[in-house]
Design a protein around this ligand. Structure first.
Ligand code: AP5
Length: 213
């Protein structure tokens, strides 16, 4: 089962992805997490992505599609995947569809998390993220320790959660990502709209109910 999580920055994709993955018995693939790890490690891919990410711009499609193809062809995603943060442009939707077709697979559903910009700005202004496992928090200070017992990483603010970068990410979403919603509808993929405002567990419940799982 391949599920695409879709929605504005801060809609809660990264929060819901592991919860849905556990419920469905598959793994998550979060392109933002893969890229942030590459930036930290200073790899060629990370050096290429860093500037785009800090400004709030999208990393080039070919970089993203290479990450996704590499992952989906490997052993971790044979049972399925929750795709968090990809697909974000129409060329990515086309590229993912072609890659999956080669593997005789397809996207089973797109879960679109609906939320308004005011709530997004509120959420991102208060977010800290574990530098090690990438878990996002809404109620923890930078410098404190990740609450996942097996992790113990330090929490920090993301550079792209500064007001200027948030503004840019929302502009980029409207210009380049929102059209992906229509693309999936036109191509007959199941697109499910989820109200993303409410408690985390409530949003998971709505998503599972929409998926029928
Ligand atoms: P990425 O890491 O994917 O960021 P994003 O899509 O902007 O999404 P966020 O991680 O900001 O938000 P989220 O929806 O996951 O929300 P979260 O769960 O954290 O991408 C970062 C960058 O990488 C991009 O800008 C781009 O440069 C590059 N990139 C990545 N993928 C790419 C691609 N495919 N193409 C091109 N470039 C790409 O929640 C936000 C906050 O709200 C948290 O504090 C959380 O605790 C809180 N929260 C969550 N749910 C709730 C709730 N129900 N109620 C209250 N608070 C909640």
């Amino acid at each position: 089962m391949i599920i695409v999580l879709f929605g504005k920055p801060g809609a809660g994709k990264g929060t819901q992805a592991p919860l849905l993955a556990e419920a469905l018995g598959v793994k998550t693939l979060a392109t933002g997490d893969v890229l942030r790890a590459a930036v930290r490690e200073g790899t060629a891919r990370g050096r290429e992505a860093k500037g785009y990410m800090e400004r709030g711009d999208l990393v080039p499609d070919e970089v993203i599609l290479a990450i996704v193809k590499e992952a989906l062809e490997g052993p971790d995603y044979r049972e399925g995947a929750i795709l968090d943060g990809v697909v974000r442009t129409v060329p990515q939707a086309e590229g993912l569809s072609a890659a999956l077709q080669e593997l005789s697979r397809g996207v089973d559903a797109v879960l679109c998390f609906d939320i308004d910009n005011e709530e997004i700005i509120r959420r991102l202004a208060g977010r800290t993220v574990c530098e090690k496992c990438q878990t996002p928090y809404s109620d923890a200070e930078p410098g404190s320790t990740c609450r996942r017992p097996e992790c113990g990483g330090k929490l920090a603010r993301r550079k792209d959660d500064e007001p200027e970068a948030i503004r840019r990410r929302l502009e980029v979403y409207e210009a380049q990502t929102a059209p992906v919603f229509d693309w999936y509808q036109q191509h007959g993929t199941r697109v499910l709209r989820i109200d993303a405002v409410g408690g985390v567990d409530e949003v998971t419940r709505r998503a599972r109910e929409a998926l029928g799982r």
